[in-house]
Design a protein around this ligand. Sequence first.
Ligand code: UTP
Length: 279
Amino acid sequence: MIKKCLFPAAGYGTRFLPATKAMPKEMLPVVNKPLIQYGVEEALDAGLTEISIVTGRGKRALEDHFDISYELENQIKGTDKEKYLVGIRKLLDECSFSYTRQTEMKGLGHAILTGRPLIGDEPFAVVLADDLCVNLEGDGVLTQMVKLYKQYRCTIVAIQEVDPQETNKYGVIAGDLIGDDLYRVRNMVEKPKPEDAPSNLAIIGRYILTPDIFALIEQTEPGKGGEIQITDALMKQAQDGCVIAYKFKGKRFDCGGAEGYIEATNFCFEHFYKTGKAY
Ligand code: UTP
């Protein structure tokens, strides 16, 4: 079964400059928790306990976050402030963390390929931590996807309907409906102009990938923006075998930009922080 979850976190986060000049985008706090912690919690909820993170220069704070701070622990031991660290301690107790560095930022596909030595030859999940996903009504998005993987045993990408004018921000799919909110992917285009988009079904930052994706990424030439795009490798996988797109249940906030980040902050403040579920 799937145990591993890869977090590509080496990007420059240019949309959030200057905040991301010296701080990883994935460490931006949504209320009191960094983005990446929400992602790791979602992975653990789905039973994924082996966390692999692709980092880059200036991203050391990520490793420090998933470690014990002895001074701090000692300082707050026995006080009512201990509760603030309960959530992160649970992650440290129940997950393992391993890291590798992407030395040149050649795109998401390349970042995933960089994670290959940490993943090996098994299916794995990928989380882009700047997409914060929540589902107040039931299973988290990765849990929903792991359940689907058990049924279909092939690559699964999470999709959502977006404003047709915004297709140029996403990988966009065309597919045949094969079940409730499920499509078998026929076509996939990276960041199409609205007039060229095959639909308004956009891929967001949650994937379950079968390991043959690595060889396909290796064969992928740089595409849009000179980057090695995961969408191009997925398109080959869809042509040769099977890729399923799943319209997930829940909400997704694009925290890579100011608008989604503020929406996520308000949402988490209301539903987690004020209700005492934020630690
Ligand atoms: P984004 O394009 O959203 O991230 O990549 P970015 O490049 O950091 O942000 P902007 O657009 O400049 O503001 C999606 C994900 O892929 C990772 C990013 O860290 C992010 O989680 N990524 C992207 C890498 O790890 N390496 C890359 O070379 C590119």
